[in-house]
Ligand binder design. Structure first.
Ligand code: HEC
Ligand code: HEC
Length: 291
């Protein structure tokens, strides 16, 4: 147990004891190293100085602002304003330039690409995915299969006016609901489905596909092309490339023929400024498969 003893000088270390002793073991009162104390006091002085100079203490509805008047919010506002001013010269040039000019000038192109990427993340990734790989009903923008054309001007048009929305210049094309409108019966849909599968060399029933060929020629080739090569002016997807907007299983294809999905994409012209739309077109075109 601890007992109080008198303070004395320890023989071995030469340090004073605290007077505490446990079963013959005495506690030394070793002083803090001088360097440590110096740093400690310096920190206190620095902290007091900091509290006076900078915003530090919370009050009920505000805080102490500090004599230097610094505010991180003011700093952000200033930085943002500086960046905006720096961007303005690029954005003005982009708004005025043609798509070809933007692509020809390295600095404009790089700026457009970077700004397009961030505008994409904000406006487009919800439907087309963060990496633009798309999903069921939402086309992949990285590949070189383009439903509505993959030149930079086609892409610019698609983004500006959108698809099947209610704006005047939207891209529109309506595949008839062959099943729902009873243009084709279930057996005919089944055979034309098998023929569609054969177009891309997918596994199919050759006999049914043979019957389907005639139905395809009569009902589908005008939009999708004789060989299923697609027709961008009509937004009719290529059926021969094994890239499917709505899935490539017999069930998914038959469902599309029965009642097409008629995907809708909003028009961005009314929502985004011209420079942003051009930046998006540059970005999407550069994703990989631009024509
Ligand atoms: C509300 C969902 C939605 C949003 C948001 C959206 N899209 Fe789309 N987008 C679609 C759909 C659906 C299609 C395919 C329509 C169809 O069936 O033809 C499409 C098609 C496209 C195409 C045509 C692809 C091709 O193969 O021809 C491009 C290019 C495109 N989108 C770019 C964009 C860009 C850029 C943005 C952001 C500014 C965007 N989209 C935002 C739904 C969306
Ligand atoms: C008026 C033009 C038109 C005609 C005629 C037409 N289609 Fe389509 N087809 C389209 C369009 C546009 C799309 C994109 C559809 C959507 O968003 O619903 C499409 C999509 C499809 C798809 C989905 C492709 C994918 O990538 O997932 C299939 C399959 C298809 N059509 C098969 C047919 C068959 C089979 C016929 C004939 C029985 C036919 N279409 C007739 C315009 C047409």
């Amino acid at each position: 147990m601890a007992e109080d003893h008198k303070i004395e000088t320890d023989e071995i270390s030469g340090t004073r004891t605290t007077g505490h002793e446990w079963d013959g073991i005495k506690e030394l009162d070793t002083p803090m190293p001088r360097w440590w104390l110096t740093v400690f006091y310096a920190c206190i002085v620095w902290a007091v100085g900091y509290c006076i100079a900078y915003p530090a203490w919370p009050l009920i509805s505000s805080y102490t602002t500090g004599v230097l008047g610094y505010s991180s919010r003011a700093e952000v506002i200033e930085t943002v304003a500086e960046h905006k001013a720096g961007q303005a010269q690029f954005r003005d040039r982009i708004a005025a330039a043609s798509m070809e000019e933007i692509r020809a000038e390295q600095d404009l192109f790089e700026f457009a690409l970077a700004s397009g990427a961030s505008a994409y993340a904000v406006n487009c990734s919800t439907c087309h995915g963060a990496g633009a790989a798309g999903g069921n009903g939402y086309p992949n923008l990285n590949d070189d299969a383009w439903i509505w054309g993959g030149t930079i001007d086609d892409i610019h048009y698609t983004i500006t006016h959108g698809i099947r929305n209610d704006t005047d210049e939207a891209r529109v094309s309506e595949m008839p609901a062959f099943g729902e409108l009873e243009i084709l019966d279930d057996a005919q849909i089944e055979s034309v489905t098998q023929f569609v599968l054969s177009l891309s060399g997918s596994p199919h029933d050759a006999t049914l596909a043979g019957d389907g060929a005639v139905l395809y020629e009569e009902n589908c080739a005008a939009c999708h092309g004789e060989q299923g090569e697609g027709y961008p002016e009509l937004g009719a997807p290529n059926l021969a490339d094994q890239i499917w907007l709505f899935g490539g299983t017999p069930e998914a294809i038959a469902a599309q023929i029965h009642k097409p999905r008629q995907g809708v994409m909003p028009a961005w012209g009314p929502k985004l400024d011209e420079a942003t739309i051009k930046e998006l077109a540059v970005y999407v075109h550069a994703l990989g498969g631009g024509q």
